[in-house]
Ligand binder design. Structure first.
Ligand code: GLC
Length: 751
């Protein structure tokens, strides 16, 4: 629909509106009373810069709540919590007069090496799409727009502004698109941000198939598409492809090129009008929905604290070492610089200025009457050997005199960030060396990790009785750590990204980070647990894994298919808290398709629900599986799309991808879409086609003796895989194309 202002705007004014005015604002046109809009980062908190704009969070920004990063929020598996955080982010955006908050990031974690994995939710598109939908609904409830990013296939930082992601369509549709598709269909984000990279050779910023055919044609997106900052190579091609706003401002370069293109007739002015209309209509809609601008920083801090615990994953807890008693017991040695200097957010465009920052050491000291000592143990930056030795010796001495060690380890900022990828998955050598020395003391060790993406845990597992993965837990992560360690709250998280034993085991290992400007997604749909579970590979900790402080049983599971001719099922199971204290459980439902016309992963997460139960309580959990829970994307024939094949499916209910409590086979009797016959169709496809079969029979009958050969069942079986064009040439047909066309016409008439 054309915005009413369009007719009042000159060509030059319209061309200026599809390019930013500054680093963070769109253009105003005072002559017609059009205001500028302010766009700013980011997914974990509002980075409204005070002065001087930069892209990577170097300059100061107004204080705002630093919530846990997406890696932690992804581990909550809790859409309600994400919507609550979205509302808080929207309120903080309103207070700082931000019109569009540039998040959430939903790119799939193709490899743990990606420097920006801290900013993304999961290796699985269902988690990413479900949580992003909630985040967007929360932010937009305040009249602030979201910007779903980075669309699409931006799964590495290496050469991100030029590299071409070489991905087959089925892999895009099943793995890299669904988080965008789900969020667009269920939350209608005000904007989408296109990615820097090319997709199969064409920049996302000027990829008509991506920005118009798929995003608007298939999914019904109604907002506007902005570029990532500096992602537009050709402003005219970008507008023509469906990119509505080039950010940041390209000065007069973009507008001038667009005016010239319209005047030269190489860009249709109606295309420009559509882009301008989308921007103006979207901003009008946001302004009309604006909430009040107040919020209580302390309340948001407490929300961040709750969220940090909800996303913390207790990977190991040998002999129930955790939770520690806050009163009973001997000295606690807190070791590791991260206890004093928290690593709580990622580097780059999402980096912000928190309203306050809790360190774990202070929180631990406040939470217990037991004696607490602290040693840094290592430096966050490189230091000389003498200094390192002194730090280590002091830590070892403290550990030797304590009843329990809490070691705060993780990745320093220098190891992972927007803008570059990691080259290995190990913790820094200085920390591993420290851990080995601590292990020699014989004192029990709890390891608390702060890292944006997965680290290999071999040595950690060998040395520690308990391992708590807190990711980058936000400004209140230190307090959340103390809450968990002393049992004030439970670690509620479940892994949204598999922890492999080795980098070499990861699915993208031989296709990373690409060569000579191309990165081939050779693992196709086998990303994360889809790879490890299909190849039967052992992992350190599986997707969906996480321990709590209580236990749960699953009973009376049912899988109901109301009508086998319709691809849908209802899964129900009773979950009971069989432990001594309240706790949270994430019920996960996976679907397997053991017999299929295409290769498929061992199983795929198709539904999940988080439940919180008091000790002894039970809840009947109900989860629905829709058609897409059984479907795969088929690119075959002239009408590619989602296909469900009839036959057996296995529905698995579990507490992780490898802790399956109930599996049940179901049979779907859905209609088989007829194969689209053509010159390349095989004899078997013709002979089993509803109309083709009869037409073929009549054809061979018409050949008299020459056709008798094909009526023999053995022959049919022997030659079933032969394309018709070959069969016809064998039967002496001269005009093969003409014959096939004639047969196809008769099939169409019979249809
Ligand atoms: C960056 C990021 C994007 C961010 C934008 C503005 O390059 O890729 O996520 O929103 O620029 O800072």
């Amino acid at each position: 629909m054309t915005h009413p202002l369009i007719d009042q705007l000159t060509l030059e004014e319209k061309a200026s509106l599809v390019s930013g005015a500054t680093f963070w604002t769109t253009r105003a046109v005072e002559r017609v009373g059009l205001e500028a809009a302010t766009l700013t980062d980011g997914p974990h908190g509002v980075r409204m810069q005070t002065a001087g704009a930069d892209q990577l969070g170097i300059n100061d920004s107004h204080p705002a709540t630093a919530f846990p990063t997406a890696a932690a929020l992804g581990s909550t598996w809790d859409a309600e919590l994400l919507e609550e955080i979205g509302r808080a982010l929207g309120a903080e955006s309103r207070r700082l007069n931000v019109d569009v908050l540039l998040g959430p990031g939903v790119n799939i974690k193709r490899s743990p090496l990606c420097g920006r994995n801290f900013e993304y939710f999961s290796e699985d598109p269902l988690i990413a799409g479900t949580l992003a939908t909630a985040w967007v609904k929360g932010v937009q409830s305040q009249g602030v727009g979201a910007s779903l990013k980075h669309y699409a296939a931006n799964n590495q930082e290496t050469d991100r502004m030029r590299i071409s992601a070489e991905v087959d369509e089925r892999t895009l549709r099943e793995i890299y698109f669904p988080a965008f598709e789900t969020t667009v269909k269920q939350a209608q984000p005000a904007t989408l941000m296109c990615s820097y990279n090319r997709i199969n050779g064409t920049y996302a910023s000027q990829n008509h198939w991506l920005l118009t055919d798929v995003l608007r044609g298939d999914w019904g997106f109604e907002g506007y598409v902005m570029s990532d900052w500096g992602a537009v190579a050709d402003p005219v091609a970008a507008v023509a492809a469906g990119l509505d706003l080039e950010m940041p401002s390209s000065g007069e370069r973009g507008p001038k090129a667009i005016v010239q293109a319209v005047q030269a007739g190489t860009l249709d002015e109606t295309v420009l009008d559509k882009a301008v209309s989308r921007i103006l209509t979207t901003h009008d809609r946001l302004r009309a929905a604006r909430s009040e601008t107040g919020f209580e920083p302390q309340a948001h801090h407490e929300l961040a604290r709750r969220a940090a615990a909800a996303g913390s994953v207790l990977l190991k807890n040998q002999d129930g070492l955790l939770p520690l008693s806050p009163e009973e017991g001997g000295r606690i040695a807190v070791i590791g610089e991260f206890a004093l200097t928290p690593r709580y957010q990622g580097a780059g465009s999402s980096h912000l200025n928190p309203t306050r920052l809790d360190d774990a050491l202070t929180a631990i000291q406040a939470a217990t009457s037991r004696e607490v000592v602290f040693e840094a143990g290592f430096r966050l930056e490189d230091t000389d050997q003498e200094d390192a030795d002194v730090l280590l010796a002091a830590a070892v001495e403290a550990a030797g005199e304590a009843e329990v060690v809490i070691a705060f380890l993780g990745l320093p900022d220098a190891e992972e960030s927007e803008g570059f990828d990691r080259t290995h998955l190990a913790l820094p050598a200085s920390q591993l060396q420290l851990l080995q020395a601590l292990r020699q003391t014989g004192t029990k060790i709890v390891v608390v990790l702060s890292n944006g993406s997965v680290v290999t845990l071999g040595e950690v597992n060998d040395a520690a009785a308990a391992v708590l993965e807190m990711w980058l837990g936000g400004q209140a992560g230190g307090s959340a750590a103390a809450d968990i360690l002393f049992g004030v709250t439970e670690p509620e998280g479940r892994l949204a990204e598999t922890v492999p034993h080795r980098l070499q085991d990861t699915p993208a290992f031989v296709n990373w980070p690409g060569n000579e400007g191309k990165v081939v997604y050779g693992e196709r749909v086998y990303v994360g647990y889809r790879w490890y579970d299909t190849t039967g590979q052992d992992v350190a900790y599986p997707f969906g894994h996480g321990l709590g402080y209580t236990t749960f049983s699953y009973s009376d599971a049912t899988v109901t298919v109301a009508d086998p001719t319709v691809a849908a099922a209802v899964v129900e199971v009773t979950v009971t808290n069989t432990g001594q204290r309240a706790g949270a459980e994430v019920v996960q439902v996976y679907v397997a398709d053991p017999v299929s016309g295409v290769d498929r992963p061992q199983h795929e997460l198709r539904a999940f629900a988080k439940v919180r139960l008091a000790a002894g309580d039970s809840q009947r959990v109900r989860l629905e599986l829709d058609e897409r829970a059984f479907a795969f994307w088929s690119s075959q024939g002239s009408s590619p799309g989602w296909r469900v094949e009839p036959g057996e499916f296995v529905v698995e209910i579990g507490a992780s991808s490898r802790d399956l409590r109930h599996t049940e086979s179901i049979t779907l009797d859905v209609a088989v879409p007829p194969v689209e016959l053509g010159a390349e169709s095989t004899y078997e496809e013709w002979a089993t086609h509803p109309q083709g079969q009869k037409v073929l029979q009549e054809f061979f009958d018409g050949l008299g003796e020459a056709g008798s050969l094909w009526r023999d069942p053995e022959t049919a079986k022997l030659l079933g895989n032969m394309p018709m064009r070959s069969l016809l040439s064998f039967s002496g047909t001269t005009d093969i194309q003409g014959t096939i066309s004639g047969l196809l016409e008769r099939v169409a008439q019979a249809g």
